[in-house]
Write a protein that binds this ligand. Structure first.
Ligand code: FUC
Length: 797
């Protein structure tokens, strides 16, 4: 057994022993083919070359850089490029049928109950258009367009390399052609709200090209005041125009000439060129109009201001804003030098999954992508982050609230990016008003409600099909993030501001829950267990029941978090008493006759035993109602459920496999967590390391980063006295024998840095943001640490 050293009273300022930092580049020796045809109308079919292009973003402006030599293509995105418009989807006939549906369900008449639910509970109108909503009011997230740079010389080239460096968020392309070395650097600046493309050559006068802006539909380009503009209006889904957008492009050259015309911007014989691109729409996240941003003025001012700065000034400001976020966390598995291009690495991994560098890279890539798609003040990251090359993105590139948007934000707190979480809360708050209308009309209930999908237009009605559309648990699940943001940051002002959102959610569920007269327990329903189907005793296949485990668990968590928030804010009143009672009366998790955690209130046969959702395991992760310390029997039942799901083919989509990493990590099943991680890498990762459902879906990236963090650090369990229990390296697989991670966050406002050798923790540094006590745990030993604000302590294990 190792010796147990604890140094108290030493507040070391020196960092824990450093290890070489892994290179954090995605790099390739071939371009993505910018000439390949793509199908912008079909989101369900990925375009293979697009999945080789490299993503950049500042939360609102996104770019996919192909790095092709003769024709560069930078595919452009803007976060609010949404077709559609606000719509009334609330169904006034819903409420009248609910009592009857419940009666039928309690009587075991699932067939009749499902039929009546389908008839009466679904959205009015076209809902999401079955995930193809670009031409209906729901709308779709769409590409902004393309910036093409056409170079006249189609000559052979050598020494080609392109890379995305996560350390500075720059895409670099370099090659030699005809004895001249060419370089391109592209980044999207947050402080200057501009995309910058910098082109150089090592001989004078070598840069000549034409730049064009285009889009598959609804655009015109024109030259004005020495700018190239692309403008248009998207479809509002009701036969008219919706959002208006504008893109501006301007060049600065060293020597040579620039000419602007309708056809494009032409550069002749320059030594060095810097292109500046700004873009915006008139979208505003403001119910009920969602319009009114001065997009013309914003794009003009941003462009003018950026043009006044030198390239190095712009780059310096970009770095000064980006790096403090990114560099908060480092992660090394001692992987050695990075000598293999990323796509080749990935190909090797598929047959020999031992490449530790890919884990390092994927972990940091998820953090990078979150910074690039979700900065303070922007819309939150959608199903595709902010990157789509489609007019019709799969599932409309929307916000799915039955796992997907939540998974996007799982890495935010633990990997020390709480600011990137803020757009999620902006969206959440904006949904409470339309959600209150839905609660009133559908359920005659107080508070607010949302179902499994939403968009930028305040969609809160159920889906257009009852099976997947009756996810009344989404409100509670979304609200879990309020509790988590507070637990990690200890930010009371934030908690105060979001308390009304939590409280209104509890009001909804208090009106929605009913007593099951057979058990006396409170149950939710009619409701689905996200998107799973059972075979009812009457032989019918159904998704609707009373009290599915998932709903019971998310409501338990909401009540739990509401009571935690009330306590922190010093609120104890009649309502907190009622919620305390209601939480105790909720039907709780049950173990079936085969030892598995039950997904529905009765032991139904599953129509799809390997279903991708594991909604009934919410309580294990991301919730904390079930855990190894306080509820070991339920945790064992959850493990059986997980193992069974996988044995039957579960975890087959990117996000689903990624969720399993965290689930197994919470069970301290290190090798199984790693096996799920390996599934994500081998089956659900594109050459540019974008996650795959398939098609491309970014939650797998975010879920992977969160899963790796969960393997390294956990803090979801409370000690008997209500304090924070911090588990160090709770699920470290054998092959990760040496490593170091710095800057991870634990609940309670702590920051942790650790290194390990021979699979054994060497040192852990704990730093407290706001002061407090935590119990650290590793290798069967635990130690209580008490720190003042800003204080840190190093512990040798
Ligand atoms: C969820 C999943 C699907 C898909 C969609 C966007 O509802 O069931 O697999 O990821 O969202």
């Amino acid at each position: 057994m190792k010796l147990w050293f604890l140094f108290f009273g030493f507040f070391l300022t020196s960092a824990i022993r450093a290890q070489p930092q892994p290179s954090l580049k995605l790099w390739y020796t071939k371009p993505a083919n910018a000439q390949a045809a793509e199908d912008p109308k079909n989101g369900w079919k990925d375009d293979p070359e697009w999945l080789k292009a490299l993503p950049l973003g500042n939360g609102s402006l996104g770019a996919m850089v192909y790095g092709d030599v003769t024709r560069e293509r930078i595919q452009l995105n803007e976060e609010s490029m949404w077709s559609g418009s606000p719509d009334d989807n609330n169904n006034p006939n819903a409420f009248a049928a609910q009592a009857e549906i419940r009666k039928l369900l309690f009587a075991g008449k699932y067939k009749e109950a499902s039929a009546l639910t389908s008839q009466t509970q679904i959205a009015k109108g076209e809902g999401s258009g079955h995930g193809n909503g670009s031409t209906v009011p729901f709308g779709s997230f769409q590409l902004l367009g393309n910036l093409f740079l056409d170079f006249p010389k189609n000559l052979p080239y050598q020494n080609y390399q392109r890379e995305l460096d996560l350390n500075d968020a720059v895409v670099r392309v370099s090659y030699t052609q005809n004895g001249v070395q060419f370089k391109r650097e592209v980044f999207v600046s947050q402080p200057d709200q501009v995309m910058v493309v910098h082109l150089t050559a090592n001989k004078p006068g070598q840069l000549s090209f034409t730049a064009q802006l285009s889009r598959p539909e609804r655009f015109r380009t024109y030259a004005e005041n020495d700018q190239l503009l692309m403008a248009g209006k998207l479809s509002n889904g009701k036969g008219g125009d919706g959002l208006a957008y504008l893109t501006r492009l301007k060049a600065k050259v060293n020597k040579g000439s620039v000419k602007y015309s309708e056809a494009g911007l032409t550069i002749q014989g320059a030594n060095e060129v810097t292109l500046f691109l700004t873009a915006s729409t008139d979208y505003k996240l403001e119910y009920p109009a969602y319009k009114g941003r001065n997009y013309e003025g914003i794009t003009r001012t941003n462009l003018q201001k950026a043009m006044q700065k030198s390239y190095s000034q712009l780059f310096g400001k970009h770095l000064a804003e980006y790096q403090p976020y990114f560099k908060r966390v480092s992660f090394s598995l001692n992987s050695g030098e990075d000598k293999l291009p990323t796509d080749e690495r990935l190909a090797v991994f598929k047959t020999n999954p031992t490449d530790r560098h890919l884990y390092e890279l994927l972990f940091q890539y998820g953090r990078y992508l979150l910074i690039a798609s979700s900065r303070p003040g922007t819309l939150p990251a959608n199903l595709q982050g902010i990157w789509t090359n489609k007019l019709q993105s799969p599932w409309n590139g929307d916000y799915h609230t039955n796992i997907n948007i939540q998974m996007n934000y799982w890495p935010a707190e633990v990997t020390n990016l709480p600011e990137m979480h803020l757009p999620y809360f902006d969206l959440l708050r904006s949904l409470t008003k339309p959600g209150a209308e839905t609660a009133q009309i559908h359920y005659h209930a107080r508070g607010w409600v949302i179902h499994p999908i939403t968009n930028v237009w305040g969609y809160t009605a159920p889906g257009e099909e009852a099976g997947w559309g009756m996810h009344t648990g989404a409100t509670a699940w979304l609200c879990q993030h309020i509790g988590e943001h507070y637990r990690f940051t200890q930010d009371k002002v934030f908690l105060q501001e979001h308390y009304p959102v939590l409280k209104a959610a509890t009001e909804f569920y208090m009106d929605w829950l009913v007593v099951n007269s057979q058990t006396g327990k409170l149950v939710s329903g009619p409701a689905g267990s996200p998107e799973n189907t059972f075979i009812a005793p009457d032989g019918s296949k159904s998704q609707i029941s009373m009290g599915p485990a998932h709903e019971q668990q998310v409501i338990w968590q909401l009540f739990n978090d509401f009571l935690m928030a009330s306590k922190v804010l010093g609120i104890q009143d009649d309502w907190t008493k009622r919620i305390t009672q209601a939480q105790q009366s909720l039907a709780g998790p049950q173990i079936g006759s085969d030892g598995r955690l039950m997904e529905w209130a009765s032991e139904f046969q599953e129509a799809e035993p390997g279903h991708r959702h594991i909604s009934h395991l919410f309580a294990l992760h991301p919730g904390n109602q079930i855990n190894l310390v306080q509820t070991p029997e339920l945790a064992a039942a959850a493990k059986k459920s997980l193992d069974y799901r996988i044995a039957k083919g579960g975890g087959h989509t990117g996000w689903s496999a990624a969720w399993l990493i965290s689930q197994y990590a919470r069970l301290k099943e290190a090798e199984k967590a790693k096996a799920s991680l390996d599934v994500v890498v081998t089956k659900s990762t594109s050459p540019n390391l974008f996650g795959q459902h398939p098609p491309f879906q970014m939650d797998a990236n975010f879920g992977t980063t969160a899963g790796i963090a969960e393997m390294l650090l956990q803090s979801h369990v409370q000690t008997a006295s209500g304090g924070v229990l911090i588990d160090l390296l709770p699920a470290l697989p054998a092959s990760w024998a040496i490593g170091r991670v710095s800057g991870l966050k634990a609940r309670g406002g702590f920051e942790i840095t650790m290194n390990w050798q021979n699979n054994y923790l060497q040192q852990a540094e704990i730093r407290s943001e706001k002061g407090g006590e935590a119990t650290l745990q590793y290798g069967g030993k635990s130690k209580v640490v008490s720190l003042l604000p800003g204080q840190k302590q190093v512990i040798q294990w």
